[in-house]
Ligand binder design. Structure first.
Ligand code: 26Q
Length: 807
């Protein structure tokens, strides 16, 4: 079997799947049946493709890359896999010969929302980059029954609904019960001496079964295929004893307690809470995964000595960092190696990426909770900590510094410190972020082990975000520079040759307009609001968080609204603002900001005095699939976090490659966007990181900013004193005027000025389209392919499969 199937062959396969799997004829089948039948066909093809790929990788002795992450925000997969395998046309005609539209079939698929935002989507983009470039790789995560909650706004207030994605999503997953492993929790330790052989056993542990569910992720052309293995928790078989013993309810209860581990994705990002179920999830992922990896290696090599040469394990943030203690446990207790040898194997295999600099987002666990739940891992961490601290003292470090670097301190387990100590590489996700890590959070470590610290700037799956989401733009690009950029996004630079070509700029504009119309139709259907496709589409789409400063955007919209009410006939470039953002359910202030923006939209959108010049759209339940509609239509990309707070950002990259112009601060990867396009192709504003630090040192008084800017004062006063749309937002204004932790007011004037500048530039459409083209041309460096190559070369020491893969 290969991927080159004709429409009639596909039609036959569909008919067979409909009959064998669902017992329906083509006439009886629903769109859902057809969707599932096509998925099953792809699954068969990719499973064979993966096998051939991995056989070749093994022949060539390639290093395997294992990417561990609590989140993979996959979105939909059908279009992606058909595109990669070159089967879109054939499947489309097969379906149309049966009276169906492929587009409708795509819409049958729910988003696999197994992630919160940037970190989870990055993991998904990396599976694509790994597969396309033929690095043999697996992603490991959890098969949550419920992904990120569905967001509904009720009178502007975010409410959360469960996202039970499995009914439509599970068809991608192949269960492998024969590969299940057992994960132990709780219990107590028993030491034993067997002659001179010392061993430790955990007695009376709670045993939970981890069952793998595999999803194939094709790379472009389907030669390389990544496998995403998701673990589901099941109670162990021996609970049958309870059933048989007649204790039916107790057996059921145990079942439920076991299965709760993979029930739901934690919806907090950048603000973790130390919940014991979350710790169990993390250990469950890590233990099942490390057992799987080590068993696979031992089956072939019967030794772990060469593990670091053939395996790279990557920790995506600190969430899977128990890898370090769990690998030690298995190598010591189950494989019988000594400490030093085990430690050498672990630290040469494991690498870690940090995704945040914010102190409250660094994961910590209560020592007592940890010890009870994971006694043997705790003991191992104590020993890691003891040895590390002794080593640091020997190097001559003072007690305070060693205390700051310790894993165990003050009743707390510090996961980031464990990650740094147990990995051979630590990287940030943009140049700026990687520098900040060395200067702040990991300063002490950087002094002692500078060579471990690296940078890999994030990247996105450009084939998904450009070719699939924006086929109109992709075909223009291909017409101009050929299709080399599909494989090597750096080739997008060739577009620079067209930056003064009026015909090309005109085409670019037309494509954007079509995409804006498509988004407008979606908004009409979802929000019931009519928007003007000729207005500027200004977008801020990302998680709702104070540091991302959606409030800055909102305040300025309110001020613009006030100005337009007073100057109804003024010259004003019509504008539509888009927001898409979920807040963590327990993050009250973030929900208050959502309410503010939603109410602002309510007031503005229905105000006849605005004469349709200003609209504010809150896109409910923002997710990968909505992002795929929004990005191609966007003209301004708002990336306005306080400098020094956003590790990288990735929506900035998705918007850029779709021709939106960044309006932003010098934060995260915006710094590198600025390097790439120059000040003339970006709307820069705000304080730099050193300026932020200086202002903080000198004492920041937001009240002064409020008093010195009449327009700002007026907006804040309307929010708190008079109120608009019958609402007041005093909690927000009080916060802004007293603490304003993310310095919204300090950057306000500059922000308002740069917004004004953007509206002026927009009047010259040729100039605007040229800026847009330059952004597309320079976006190639932000491809996941490039990021993966850097990880492979600088961190993993991995190389791609070279030999022929025949399909
Ligand atoms: C941890 C413990 C308990 C509960 C939740 C969590 C948790 C979950 C998700 C903590 C953090 C996250 C997600 C963080 C995240 O998405 N960070 C973003 O990562 C992107 C990819 O590198 C960057 O572009 C963003 O700048 C960064 O904010």
């Amino acid at each position: 079997m290969n991927y080159k199937l004709s429409a009639s062959e596909i039609r036959e396969l569909i008919v067979a799947k409909l009959s064998h799997n669902f017992g329906v004829t083509p006439a009886e089948a629903t769109d859902e049946h057809y969707y599932k039948a096509v998925v099953l066909i792809l699954r068969d093809l990719m499973t064979e493709g993966r096998k051939e790929f991995i056989d070749q990788a093994e022949k060539e002795n390639r290093k395997q890359v294992y990417y561990l992450c609590m989140e993979f925000l996959m979105g939909r997969s059908l279009r992606n896999n058909l595109y990669n395998l070159g089967l879109e046309d054939a499947v489309s005609s097969a379906l149309s010969s049966m009276g169906l539209k492929l587009e409708n079939i795509y819409n049958q698929e729910p988003d696999a929302g197994l992630g919160n935002g940037g970190l989870g989507r990055l993991a998904a983009c990396f599976l694509d980059g790994l597969a396309t470039q033929k690095y043999p790789a697996m992603g490991y995560s959890l098969r949550y029954e419920y992904g990120i909650f569905r967001q509904k706004l009720v009178d502007g207030w975010q409410t959360e609904l469960p996202d039970f994605w499995l009914p439509g999503g599970a068809v991608w997953l192949q269960a492998h019960p024969e590969k299940a492993v057992t994960v132990n929790f709780n219990g107590h330790l028993e030491e034993r001496w067997d002659g001179s052989f010392h061993s430790i056993e955990v007695k009376d542990a709670t045993k939970i079964l981890a069952v793998p569910y595999d999803m194939m992720v094709s790379g472009k052309d389907g030669k390389g295929i990544s496998r995403l293995r998701l673990w589901a928790a099941k109670s162990e078989e021996f609970d049958m004893k309870l059933f048989n013993g007649g204790d039916y309810l107790r057996a059921m209860e145990r079942n439920a307690m076991a299965e709760v581990i993979t029930k739901v994705l934690y919806p907090e990002d950048n603000h973790p809470e130390g919940k014991s179920l979350r710790l169990s999830q993390q250990y469950f992922l890590v233990s099942a995964t490390i057992q799987d990896i080590i068993h696979r290696h031992l089956r072939t090599y019967s030794s772990l000595e060469n593990l670091p040469d053939l395996v790279a394990i990557h920790l995506n943030d600190t969430h899977p960092v128990l890898t370090i203690s769990e690998m030690m446990r298995i190598i010591l207790d189950e494989c019988g190696y000594g400490w030093d040898e085990a430690w050498d194997i672990v630290t040469r295999t494991v690498a870690y990426t940090n995704h945040t600099v914010m102190a409250e987002a660094l994961e910590c666990w209560d020592q007592e909770l940890f010890k009870r739940r994971l006694p043997r891992n705790y003991q191992i961490i104590e020993e890691i900590n003891r040895r590390f601290c002794a080593q640091m003292h020997d190097l001559g470090l003072d007690g305070c510094q060693v205390g700051r670097m310790a894993v165990l301190n003050d009743g707390i387990v510090r996961m980031a410190n464990l990650a740094v100590i147990g990995s051979h590489s630590i990287n940030g996700v943009s140049k700026l972020h990687s520098e900040i890590l060395k200067e702040t959070v990991f300063k002490d470590f950087y002094q002692v082990m500078p060579d471990k610290f690296k940078n890999v700037t994030n990247g996105i799956a450009h084939r998904r975000w450009l070719n699939q989401a924006n086929p109109g733009l992709a075909s223009l690009v291909t017409e101009l520079i050929g299709d080399g950029y599909v494989y090597d996004a750096a080739e997008l630079k060739k577009l620079m040759a067209y930056k003064n070509d009026p015909a090309v700029l005109e085409k670019l504009k037309k494509i954007k307009l079509e995409n804006k119309k498509r988004l407008a139709a979606y908004v009409k259907q979802q929000n019931g609001v009519v928007i003007d496709p000729n207005s500027i589409f200004d977008c801020q789409v990302k998680r709702m968080h104070e540091y991302k400063r959606q409030l800055l955007n909102g305040l300025h919209i309110l001020s613009t609204y006030q100005w337009l009410r007073e100057n109804p006939n003024a010259d004003f470039t019509p504008k539509t603002y888009f927001f898409g953002a979920k807040a963590a359910p327990g993050y009250y202030f973030a929900k208050e900001i959502i309410r503010f923006i939603a109410e602002l939209g309510e007031a503005i959108n229905k105000d006849p005095a605005m004469k349709d010049k200003l609209k504010v759209i809150y896109l409910e339940d923002y997710r990968v699939t909505v992002s795929e509609i929004l990005n191609p239509a966007a003209e301004i990309s708002q990336q306005i976090s306080l400098a020094g707070t956003e590790a990288s950002g990735t929506s900035n990259m998705k918007l850029m490659i779709n021709g939106a112009i960044t309006l932003g601060t010098l934060d995260g990867a915006n710094v590198e966007i600025h390097e790439a396009v120059g000040s003339e192709n970006m709307f820069l504003f705000g304080m730099t990181t050193p300026e932020v630090n200086l202002l903080r040192q000198n004492g920041y008084n937001p009240y002064l900013c409020y008093n010195n800017n009449p327009a700002l004062k007026k907006a804040i006063d309307e929010m708190s004193v008079s109120g608009f749309n019958g609402m007041k937002f005093e909690k927000i204004t009080q916060n802004l005027l007293s603490t304003d932790r993310y310095m919204v007011l300090a950057d306000y004037s500059d922000y308002a000025a740069v917004q004004e500048k953007a509206s002026q530039v927009y009047k010259d459409q040729t100039a605007w389209n040229r800026m847009s083209l330059v952004n597309i041309a320079q976006a190639g460096r932000f491809a996941a392919d490039r990021a993966i190559r850097e990880y492979a070369q600088d961190i993993w020491g991995a190389s791609p499969v070279k030999g022929e893969i025949t399909r």
